[in-house]
Design a protein around this ligand. Structure first.
Ligand code: SF4
Ligand code: SF4
Length: 401
């Protein structure tokens, strides 16, 4: 137990007290979720004790490659983001919207969406906090101007119930570039608590009243000046060691100008249109709704399910005249322009937070930072053309690259 804790205060929590934190959260009725090793990757799962955390595990990431490797045995957070993260809990990949059955002449409702969970997320990285803030805007949390068809009650309620405990990144991966966007490696806002892992414990920064109340239940102490300085040094070194770099200046103009560049054709020859990049991206929000009708004797169950969808699928823009983006060139170009350019017009922010997942999990190693660099290079070449959208151009035509 400690004296009153204030927002903005920094305290020290020992490694052994991390389990006290998890148990305190469970005692408060939270389901604690965070990183665990599952099938050779860091995956977000339920944590029952601190022993569930991937202690002594590190990761190696590069374009199209991900490996877990041995790290320093005593550290619990020396990896960065894996293929999934908090998004899967707020915006599940598959969510039952309702289920009913037919009884005589009537439809009888059996179930609606699942009950909203009360989640404490432990180990949220700074780029993921930034992505959550992006999805908050997309789904219109607390924004009365959001259209009803865009607002998302399950997302909003789960988010409002959730408690976020961030972990600052002291060792970025080979595909991270959060420093380019200013979204990491240290969390600056949007958390209840933010931890920086030192060797025997954590420097904890308090970000909310709920964070204060939680820390008041735990055996924390004032940090020493050396501990504060060590945390600052670790974060500064992480900032300098980003695996990737992205020049974010004038991106929208660059992408508008580059619409006819040959680089898109070259990307289309490599891209498989598999949609992995959209499935792992923490800001992608597209989904579709499908109905399942069981006409089997006696059952007559009907259910409606919402599932993640990808702008890389053929059916994504399907209309009576066929798919609007019929080429891989058009689909990749749309994806990149939306993430880095048109997202600003739609939501007032970038759709990319620099987590690097789309680079790591692209099976052919397409690297957004490299593609932007090549587009920029062409735009600066002598004789480069300005905006060149052909009048009325859409990507209609035979399915092709
Ligand atoms: S860029 Fe890579 S991950 Fe994305 S659709 Fe193309 S091949 Fe798949
Ligand atoms: S576009 Fe790629 S790097 Fe940017 S947030 Fe999405 S997955 Fe991460």
């Amino acid at each position: 137990m400690t004296a009153t804790v204030k927002i903005g205060q920094q305290l020290y929590l020992s490694c052994s007290a991390l389990d006290d934190m998890i148990q305190a959260l469970r005692g408060l009725g939270f389901t604690v979720v965070g990183p665990r090793v599952v099938d050779g990757v860091i995956s977000w799962q339920t944590l029952e004790t601190a022993a569930d955390l991937p202690r002594g595990v590190s990761d190696q990431q590069s374009a199209g490659s991900y490996r877990l490797v041995d790290g320093e045995p005593e550290l619990m957070f020396q990896f960065v983001v894996g293929p999934d993260g908090p998004k899967r809990y707020f915006f599940p990949a598959s969510l039952r919207l309702f289920e009913f059955h037919v009884s005589q002449q009537n439809f009888v409702l059996d179930a609606g969406p699942p009950q909203v969970p009360k989640l404490a997320m432990l180990g949220v990285r700074a780029c993921e906090l930034a992505a959550i803030a992006v999805q908050d805007r997309v789904f219109g949390i607390d924004d009365p101007t959001t259209f009803r068809c865009e607002s998302e009650p399950y997302y909003s309620q789960t988010r409002q119930e959730s408690l976020l405990i961030a972990v600052n990144c002291t060792r970025p991966s080979g595909t991270c570039f959060c420093a380019a966007w200013g979204t990491g490696p240290a969390a600056t806002h949007g958390f209840d608590l933010a931890l920086t892992e030192l060797r025997d414990g954590f420097l904890v920064q308090v970000g909310s009243k709920r964070g204060c109340l939680l820390l008041e239940k735990l055996p924390v102490r004032e940090p020493t000046q050396a501990e504060i300085e060590l945390a600052e040094i670790k974060l500064e070194r992480a900032r300098e060691r980003m695996g990737r770099a992205l020049d974010v200046r004038g991106l929208k103009e660059l992408l508008d100008q580059s619409i006819e560049y040959p680089e898109w054709d070259e990307i289309a020859h490599r891209c498989l249109s598999c949609g992995n990049c959209t499935m792992v991206c923490p800001t992608c929000f597209c989904c579709s709704v499908s109905d399942t009708t069981d006409l089997g004797a006696g059952s007559q169950q009907v259910s409606r399910t919402r599932q993640w969808e990808s702008c890389f699928t053929h059916q994504f823009t399907y209309t009576v005249s066929g798919p609007e983006r019929n080429t891989i060139r058009g689909r990749y170009r749309h994806w990149l322009r939306h993430k880095l350019g048109t997202w600003w017009e739609q939501f007032g922010s970038s759709g990319c937070v620099g987590c690097g997942r789309c680079i790591t999990w692209c099976p052919v190693g397409i690297d957004l930072t490299e593609e932007v660099r090549r587009l920029r290079e062409r735009s600066q070449a002598p004789g480069s053309r300005g905006p060149t959208l052909r009048p009325g151009e859409v990507d209609h035509g035979p399915v092709s690259r």
